[in-house]
Design a protein around this ligand. Sequence first.
Ligand code: NAP
Length: 268
Amino acid sequence: MNENQLRVVITGVAGKMGMETAKAVIKEAPEIQLVGAVDPRKAGMDLGELIGVKCDLKISDDLSSVLSSSSADVLVDFTNPQAVLHNAKTALEYGVAPVIGTTGLDSVGIAELEKLAARSGKAVLIVPNFAIGAVLMMDFARRAAQYFKDVEIIELHHNQKIDAPSGTALKTAQGIQEVRGSFKQGHPDEYEKITGARGGDWEGIRIHSVRLPGLIAHQEVIFGGAGQTLTIRHDSLHRESFMPGVILAIRKVLGLKGVVIGLENIMD
Ligand code: NAP
């Protein structure tokens, strides 16, 4: 082991994103060492066997014992909305900086992490979308909102995603709302014949969530104006699309302070 290597633990390592992250760290990032793998789903199993890449780690179901024995610097969490807050708090208690890819963390949880991050001196980096193309899509949408006030968002994901709408859709809506303000779109007397037909309403922006097998992560932001529409679309076609962002986040989190939300804050 090289002393300058960053030491990383992954929670949710047996899930789709966790496995992809473990492979990327081992194969693509020699300056990062994977020192812990946590997931109750495959506890006791050899990680190398699971991901098909040579590696000398057993999967554990006990994050605290992995953190106390591994001298980790960074935790990468790809679990679920129920587990993520506890995992991030545990990491901070051990002086480990969490990089959170799991979506669904609410504002109360983020406020708790802000307090703990200040106390521990370690930053928390929350990234609703690690795909660099998705970050650009949010930036373009924010710019378009200066000129188009009416907008709807359609986010499409695989059918195993449990939270809706996606963190990216909410963050996109927030960026648009900061530019154009909140107001009610559409006909003032519109009504739904089926509940939810007009999607969720966030500050007047309608967000529609599609869940289908075969999809990975996709989003369209559709702006409408007099006689024209503008559609900005991003597609993650494989989970590899997230990995350059995950590696960048691992490299940057130790240089941050407090809770930082979004990959755009660490991109040059
Ligand atoms: P997944 O395949 O269901 O994997 C989640 C894994 O976490 C499962 O193996 C699960 O085990 C495990 N887990 C549950 N509780 C745990 C705990 N306390 N400690 C350790 N592991 C635990 O889900 P996924 O598709 O990889 O997605 C994971 C999260 O990442 C979701 O919130 C998703 O929305 C998000 N995501 C983010 C991005 C991004 O760019 N930020 C991209 C894609 C996905 P069990 O099955 O036994 O519960």
